[in-house]
Ligand binder design. Structure first.
Ligand SMILES: [Zn+2]
Length: 284
């Protein structure tokens, strides 16, 4: 932890930023609602709530980006970062935990996030200090911030966050907006669980709700419905091949998701990797 980072975190003003060329320029903060922002960079989408009660962060990308992320937050708040919530344990969402934990930010996550970070030999400062098994609620910056677990979806430790008054929902990696999703079956993820997470949010959201995905542009209910339809059809075309005893190589060669590949296969996962992810999840 460098001195500049620590001072930035405690809210001191006019500290010369420790600039990290390349990383700094990759970060971009944008407002999605009164007091709520999204930072997009190299890892998962960061949610930020700002106001008189301090800064509440959702996820933190990778460690080298911490200073650039804090610099972005300083453009919208002179308050310190008080709380960090991890949507799940993957490194592109928790890589900044050690920096932030060392600076005194209190880290929250589902029980299984802490367990998986511990199993991965994460340093103590990177570990969530407060964990929950079902739900918890923050009351700050004029928002009721409902945080709730959705079981066995992208992983076995996913949390989704609903800023009720602002009508903003952060879905973590249960939603990849416009891209084929990764489902981490080895870490307890499942296709059924992703559908359950989507349906939970569809029940909470209306046409005006802003939905922040783990990856991809900020979206809304219509985007989530399109995502659900793609996943439904992908499962419908892959499942019979698995039932017929086709190997994963056969399934990749058969291109069962061809109709979606141009629209959905250009991001996080290409069509082949998506088929391998789906095969792994559907044969677990
Ligand atoms: Zn992830």
């Amino acid at each position: 932890m460098n001195r500049g980072l620590k001072l930035a975190l405690i809210g001191a003003s006019a500290i010369a930023a420790m600039s990290m060329p390349g990383v700094a320029s990759a970060q971009e903060i944008s407002s999605v609602a009164e007091g709520i922002h999204v930072i997009q960079g190299r890892g998962g989408n960061i949610g930020v709530s700002v106001g008189a009660d301090g800064v509440f962060m959702i996820d933190d990308q990778f460690a080298p980006a911490t200073q650039a992320i804090l610099d972005q937050i300083k453009t919208v708040s002179d308050q310190p970062v008080r709380f960090l919530l991890n949507t799940h344990f993957h490194r592109d969402h928790t890589g900044g935990n050690e920096n932030l934990g060392n600076a005194g930010v209190l880290i929250f996550a589902h029980d299984n996030v802490r367990a998986r970070l511990l199993a991965g030999d994460a340093p103590k400062a990177a570990l969530p200090v407060v964990t929950f098994n079902d739900a918890t609620t923050f009351h700050m910056n004029g928002q009721t911030v409902r945080v709730f677990h959705t079981s066995n979806a992208h992983t076995d430790g996913d949390a989704m966050i609903h800023f009720q008054e602002a009508d903003v929902i952060h879905m973590g990696d249960t939603f990849f907006n416009g891209f084929y999703p990764f489902i981490d079956a080895k870490s307890g993820g499942s296709v059924e669980g992703v559908f359950a997470a989507i349906d939970t949010v569809l029940a909470l959201a209306d046409a005006d709700t802003i939905i922040i995905p783990g990856h991809g542009p900020v979206g809304d209910r219509a985007d989530l419905i399109a995502y659900r339809e793609m996943l439904t059809k992908a499962r419908e075309s892959i499942s019979p091949l698995i039932a017929d005893g086709k190997s994963v190589e056969d399934i990749v060669a058969a291109k069962p998701t061809a109709e979606f590949d141009a629209d959905w296969g250009g991001g996080f996962l290409n069509p082949e990797r998506f088929l391998r992810v789906m095969h792994a999840a559907l044969t677990k």
